[in-house]
Design a protein around this ligand. Structure first.
Ligand code: FES
Length: 111
């Protein structure tokens, strides 16, 4: 399966390990969006990591929207390890959506 060339995958053991600082740093470093993708609810190997991630992403969306960053730029999805095709389609759809929004203006922010 192919992905757009402008996508960078960063693997972590669990979405619960995605610190909100990582998302903010990615946006400040030039990323136009961040997708956090983890196991389906109830399937997390660390019991509740994906629920923690969901709360963090929601909070990030709220906070960053106050700085003018569209909520669509930070997403969370549930995609299992055996759903590679769903993952590829999700990334393609997000890239297309973000291209319509244009570049993020986060580089000029000081948070
Ligand atoms: S192991 Fe926690 S989300 Fe997949």
């Amino acid at each position: 399966m192919t992905q757009p060339g402008n996508v960078r995958l960063i693997r972590v053991n669990c979405t619960g390990m995605v610190d909100p600082k990582y998302v903010i740093k990615a946006l400040l470093a030039g990323a136009d969006a961040v997708l956090v993708s983890g196991c389906h609810p109830g399937d997390c190997h660390y019991i509740n990591g994906n629920y923690k991630a969901r709360r963090r992403v929601k909070l990030l969306q709220e906070i960053l929207s106050r700085f003018g960053i569209d909520k669509k730029r930070i997403k969370i999805t549930w995609i299992g390890a055996s759903e590679g095709n769903v993952f590829a389609e999700t990334i393609k759809a997000m890239v297309s959506e973000i291209k319509e929004l244009g570049p993020v203006e986060a580089r000029n922010l000081t948070i």
